[in-house]
Design a protein around this ligand. Structure first.
Ligand SMILES: C[S@@+](CC[C@H](N)C(=O)[O-])C[C@H]1O[C@@H](n2cnc3c(N)ncnc32)[C@H](O)[C@@H]1O
Length: 245
């Protein structure tokens, strides 16, 4: 059992509302951030339970920043938990919010879950994640729910939007620069981790990828004559030079 599950099961704080399988994913990606100076911002406060959980799990040097549209959430502030009230679908609000803090180590979007909100929050806040930080978007199943603006392969859903991020990750390999080229996303993203209803994006500065080799070829390459062992190659050379064996 990981520490987040233990916390959740023994929770005496505010209500926490998450999908069960998320806890393994959080621990997998968040463990390396424990007990270090850290800023985490979560969109979607509700009863403040998840903010308290991050604070307990990440340790004394973590400061947690929540955002919610519901003004009542402001009352849930406590030591190392700060809450701002606003609409994550409003890009002007997001841009002002971004200016308030230096880059964040972890950003979690667990707010209203509509397509516009998820895309706006990603576009404004992803560039504001620290170079080795994480961006997490939760409840991606709303991309399949008409109530949230979703539908299978429907244009404009966050899932469709995030498929283009897979292309952007591969910018260096494109031979069609008008369609795909290297962007800031390519240079700053190490990996995209898709889970049921959750996307975790790990940032890390990247150079153009290089491929490398070691060891000896042991089977013929397709379309090439079989590789000859050293003595065989010496013999070939002798025959070539002298014209005889
Ligand atoms: C799923 S709950 C958050 C649950 C909480 N993170 C937890 O794990 O317990 C979603 C929250 O998002 C807030 N919300 C909905 N629309 C929003 C918006 N446009 N901007 C910011 N917050 C919003 C709701 O008020 C609600 O408190």
């Amino acid at each position: 059992m990981n520490d987040l599950i233990r916390y959740f099961e023994e929770n005496r704080g505010g209500l926490i509302h998450k999908w069960w399988h998320y806890f393994e994913i959080y621990d997998r990606h968040f463990a390396r951030f424990r007990n270090r100076d850290l800023r985490l911002r979560e969109f979607g406060v509700s009863h403040g339970g998840s903010l308290q959980m991050w604070k307990a799990y990440l340790g004394e040097r973590a400061v947690i920043y929540g955002v919610d549209i519901n003004p009542a959430c402001k009352a849930l502030e406590e030591d190392r938990i700060h809450i701002r009230i606003g609409d994550q679908g409003d890009r002007r609000f997001l841009r002002d919010l971004r200016k308030e803090l230096p880059p964040l180590d972890i950003v979690i979007d667990d707010g209203g879950h509509t397509m516009d909100q998820q895309i706006a929050t990603f576009e404004v806040f992803f560039p504001h994640v620290a170079p080795d930080g994480l961006y997490v978007c939760e409840d991606l199943h709303t991309s399949y729910r008409p109530k949230f603006g979703g539908g299978v392969r429907r244009r404009g859903t966050f899932i469709e939007y995030s498929k283009a991020l897979i292309d952007a990750l591969h910018g260096w390999h494109s031979r069609q620069p008008r369609k795909l080229s290297v962007t800031d996303f390519t240079r700053t993203t190490h990996s995209l981790h898709f889970y049921d209803s959750m996307l975790v994006i790990e940032k890390r500065p990247r150079e153009a990828p290089v491929h490398v080799r070691s060891g000896t070829p042991r089977i013929p390459s397709r379309g090439q004559p079989p590789a000859r062992p050293f003595l065989g190659r010496l013999l070939d050379r002798w025959v070539k030079l002298t014209g005889s064996l």
